[in-house]
Design a protein around this ligand. Structure first.
Ligand SMILES: C[S@@+](CC[C@H](N)C(=O)[O-])C[C@H]1O[C@@H](n2cnc3c(N)ncnc32)[C@H](O)[C@@H]1O
Ligand SMILES: [Zn+2]
Length: 253
């Protein structure tokens, strides 16, 4: 089993629709995803609540596709972005993958065509949508509610980890990258899309506004330092940019 207790790291036992840690208690199945958070709020509780409330419209034109156009100054569509991540995962030959901050499973559903996909997110409502969409589209995702900073999986469980549109939203992105480095095997791949200090987010007022909403805008050096500390090295010399959005591939050393 790939799951492990997010509090103490112990292996878990499957029992009566729950995963059980001998020391910390039960993590129940909430109808399609195991809940590792329960009433424990993630550090960025307010932001996760925002995703709870937009879950219903998240994949409709009013939300994600519009956000994508803004972040890329009209240069990339959602499909292009999803396919870009899928191609990079494909090239890595991964059989088993974890999608961190999977949301409604937009990327995960595409990735699950060729790979066994686990998805984790802190928002129960986003996950409920993910379950519904997964069932409608006939793909299988192994979903869990958990915090990116304390992933509920054992060390070296995955061949690849993806994280789309979320690293810049996390209060402790370095901790999340450390966790991704822990759960991916040596020589495994990391594929992320995130915001860098260019394009429409470069002007100071916009940067200030994004910070106000709890969004970070990284610079390259900062990203590289965090990746290195987490045990990764970049493998794409030329990271493809769509304005302020970057798709980045790294290898676990
Ligand atoms: C912009 S959405 C991206 C969802 C998906 N990756 C996509 O591209 O469609 C950001 C997601 O990050 C999740 N998230 C925010 N903070 C988190 C945390 N601390 N741990 C796990 N997920 C988190 C939110 O619930 C939300 O679903
Ligand atoms: Zn435990």
């Amino acid at each position: 089993m790939s799951y492990a207790c997010p509090s103490c790291g112990a292996p878990l036992e499957e029992r009566r629709g729950a995963l059980v840690c001998g020391s910390c208690g039960e993590y129940p199945d909430r109808g399609g995803f195991y809940d590792f958070l329960g009433d424990d709020a993630p550090q960025n509780d307010a932001l996760v609540s925002l995703f709870d409330s937009v879950a219903r419209i998240y994949e409709t034109p009013v939300w994600y596709p519009t956000g994508m156009r803004i972040a890329t100054a009209g240069r990339a569509s959602v499909d292009e972005l999803v396919e870009g991540v899928a191609r990079r995962v494909d090239e890595s030959g991964a059989d088993k993958l974890l999608d961190v901050a999977t949301g409604t499973g937009l990327f995960a559903r595409r990735l699950a065509r060729d790979t066994t996909v686990y998805g984790v997110d802190a928002s129960a409502e986003m996950l409920r949508r993910a379950v519904r969409k997964m069932r409608r589209s006939g793909v299988v995702l192994e979903l869990a509610r958990g915090d990116a900073g304390a992933l509920p999986y054992a060390d070296d469980s995955f061949d690849a980890v993806t994280c789309a549109g979320a690293l810049h939203l996390l209060p402790q992105p370095a901790d999340a990258l450390d966790e991704m480095g822990r759960v991916v095997r040596t020589d495994g791949r990391l594929v992320i899309t995130t915001l860098v200090d260019e394009g429409v987010f470069a002007p100071r007022p916009v940067r200030a506004a994004s910070r106000l909403y709890g969004m970070r805008v990284f610079d390259d050096l900062e990203l590289d330092t965090m990746l290195n500390t987490a045990g990764f090295e970049r493998v794409e010399a030329e990271t493809r940019r769509n304005s302020s959005l970057v798709t980045l591939v790294a290898r676990r050393r």
